[in-house]
Design a protein around this ligand. Structure first.
Ligand code: GAR
Length: 226
């Protein structure tokens, strides 16, 4: 059992688990749960005890844990506390889903090619906050979302896949955000399932896709980086 787990091959009869980190609404968390095909969510960790996503987790019977800045003496101790909580959950994959905390480098070192994030822009365009408003203000004609492996930067790391939406005349930030979010909800579960399946891998800093992942991305209209 130990060797099997060490080699990263999932033992027969054990469904791979995901630890999902949130800070708020949790709509991507819900999509990850509802569209889970080959994994299950083992734990939700929230940096905010008032997060709406925690209410959903309680109702859905998904275990959750709050790790809040206010209960730690320093920012560094808080971030170490987040890492400790994730390590204790022994996840196969860690998914950041609206987690508004910049993680320390130890995090990506611990989880390497098993740590992913979703960001509401076509990275490397528009990292950071207010992406929808900024897309409109800068006259972008296309916008969307990116799922990427997490490295030590903010909204950086090798891109796995993107969902693209048009920016339409008359769009405001709310309309563009809603159009983008709908695509997030299909993109993130698909990338997660592909990663769990081994169809998407991080190798020497580059993303590799198997033939099934390439075909499925094409069928679903997702942009990948072959
Ligand atoms: C999502 O739009 C996600 O892409 C974004 O936060 C939102 C969370 O919504 N993430 C980032 O901005 C990370 N840089 P949700 O809580 O309903 O999933």
């Amino acid at each position: 059992m130990f060797f099997v787990a060490f080699l990263g091959i999932y033992p027969v009869n054990r469904t791979p688990t995901l630890t999902v980190l949130i800070s708020g609404r949790g709509s991507n968390l819900i999509a990850l749960h509802e569209r889970a095909s080959n994994y299950r969510i083992g734990l939700v960790i929230s940096s905010n005890s008032a997060a709406q996503g925690l209410v959903w987790a309680a109702q859905a019977g998904v275990p959750s844990q709050v790790v809040e800045r206010g209960t730690f003496p320093s920012l560094a101790a808080f971030k170490a506390g987040v890492l400790d909580a994730v390590l204790r959950s022994q996840p196969d994959v860690v998914a950041l889903a609206g987690f508004m905390v910049v993680l320390q480098p130890e995090f990506s070192e611990a989880f390497g090619g098993r740590l992913i994030n979703i960001h509401p822009s076509l990275l490397p365009r528009l990292p950071g906050l207010d992406t929808h408003q900024r897309a409109i203000a800068s006259g972008e004609t296309e916008h969307g979302c990116t799922v990427h492996f997490v490295d030590s930067g903010v909204d950086t790391g090798p891109r796995i896949a993107q969902g693209v939406v048009p920016v339409l005349p008359g769009d405001d930030a709310a309309a563009l955000a809603a159009r983008t979010l709908a695509v997030e909800h299909s993109l993130y579960p698909w990338v997660t399932a592909s990663l769990v399946r081994g169809g998407v891998q991080l190798a020497e800093g580059r993303v590799r896709y198997d033939a099934q992942a390439v075909r499925e991305a094409h069928e679903r209209g997702f942009r990948i980086f072959v």
